[in-house]
Design a protein around this ligand. Structure first.
Ligand code: ZN
Ligand code: ZN
Length: 147
């Protein structure tokens, strides 16, 4: 999928962390994996991919918690808001993404697919008509979301 990136701003609930980035705003995705569920305290983590090298912190920086070999999750150390999933390997920086609720204008985002749909909670089914990738489809999923 090829897409234009859009300049956005955002930050955490208390305002200690503020950022700007270029993101693929209309190609967000909903991750139903159990790590995202725990990390957000919600049924899913909903994110937009960042154009590599464009994420800039204007104020503060997230604190990070490493959740796998591939990435770490950033949050505000003061208010706890989840902000970012940051790839470990610079070659994989295209997978770095922002939590959509941290955007200043999250209503402007659009969703493109579901990932790890095999662990979707049965009572949580937004954007039901979008493609749903499961853990077995990881390669197809990565191909679909890559820009
Ligand atoms: Zn905060
Ligand atoms: Zn996930």
């Amino acid at each position: 999928m090829k897409a234009e990136s859009t300049r956005v701003s955002g930050g955490c609930l208390c305002g200690r962390v503020r950022y700007e980035a270029e993101v693929f705003l209309q190609h967000g995705y909903i991750c139903h994996c159990t790590t995202c569920q725990k990390s957000t305290g919600q049924p899913a983590e909903i994110t937009v991919l960042i154009k590599p090298g464009t994420l800039e912190y204007l104020k503060g920086e997230p604190k990070y918690f490493v959740t796998s070999a591939s990435g770490k999750r950033g949050f505000c150390a003061e208010c706890g808001s989840r902000i970012v999933w940051q790839a470990t390997d610079p070659q994989e920086d295209w997978t770095t993404n922002l939590c959509v609720g941290s955007l200043d204008h999250p209503a402007a985002a659009g969703m493109a697919c579901h990932i790890y749909a095999d662990t979707r909670l049965p009572w949580y089914d937004p954007c039901a008509d979008l493609p749903k990738f499961t853990e077995n489809d990881v390669e197809a999923m990565m191909e679909f979301i890559r820009h």
